[in-house]
Design a protein around this ligand. Sequence first.
Ligand SMILES: Nc1ncnc2c1ncn2[C@@H]1O[C@H](COP(=O)(O)OP(=O)(O)OP(=O)(O)O)[C@@H](O)[C@H]1O
Ligand SMILES: [Mg+2]
Length: 253
Amino acid sequence: MVISFSIHSYRGGTGKSTTTANLAVMLTLYNKKVATVDLDLTSPGLHVIYQVSQSQMKATLNDYIYGKAALEDVVVDLTNQLSLPRGKLYFLGASMKPEEIAKLMREGYSERFFREVAKQLGEVYGVDYVIFDTHPGLNEDTLLAVLSSDVSFMLMRMDKQDITGTYVTAQVLSKFNKTSYVILNMVPPDMANAPELQAEVSKLLGVPVIGVIPFYPEILQHRSRGVFILRHPKHPYTLRIKAVVDFIVNNIK
Ligand SMILES: Nc1ncnc2c1ncn2[C@@H]1O[C@H](COP(=O)(O)OP(=O)(O)OP(=O)(O)O)[C@@H](O)[C@H]1O
Ligand SMILES: [Mg+2]
């Protein structure tokens, strides 16, 4: 059975796309088949991290939404390109053309679409996990993606604005009985090692914090040129990502 996740944050730039790519690659190292879907239709960025060229994308999700392309034309298999030793990694991209983005925003698209994408990816590609990388905030399209995935991961910095926004988001999601978890990202290093941090933030938000990822200047210096954990398998960031994947594999079934 395919399990779908959304990676979401109330505010922008919290590391959603970076975390999506690194979690997905780590899951493949656990021999999982993973599809990552760039739903950030207004500012897609996942393909940059994966170094997918426009020519590799025969069609976009936008084409699929409007019945202009088959799902197979949207799916890019990155397994060999990233030299992944096991598992499978697929990428589905959103169109970067402004007119198509505007059309989607204007007409909206329904929850059924996200469930159908996940189901199809499970049936046709045998994927274990589908990860939706979303647009920040609580706008309608993002909310639909979050609500139509099985589990929502909210990414948050230890910033007052992020905390307040994540609290509000958590309240909204709890009204829909959504299973949600929080991952703290870009945590100041001194704070990240405080043993009580995870429990304190979980209590504050009423949502379990399943990962604490410090701010590492090396990630910023990496400038989204490839998937960080593949280049730096021994880096402490990689170990933090592994801890989140351990949680996923052992607890989300
Ligand atoms: N733990 C971290 N430490 C340092 N830099 C990080 C960390 N996580 C992500 N970054 C950097 O933060 C920047 C923003 O990351 P990213 O693009 O993944 O965020 P996003 O949430 O997807 O943004 P948007 O809301 O625009 O989609 C990137 O330069 C990325 O390399
Ligand atoms: Mg992003």
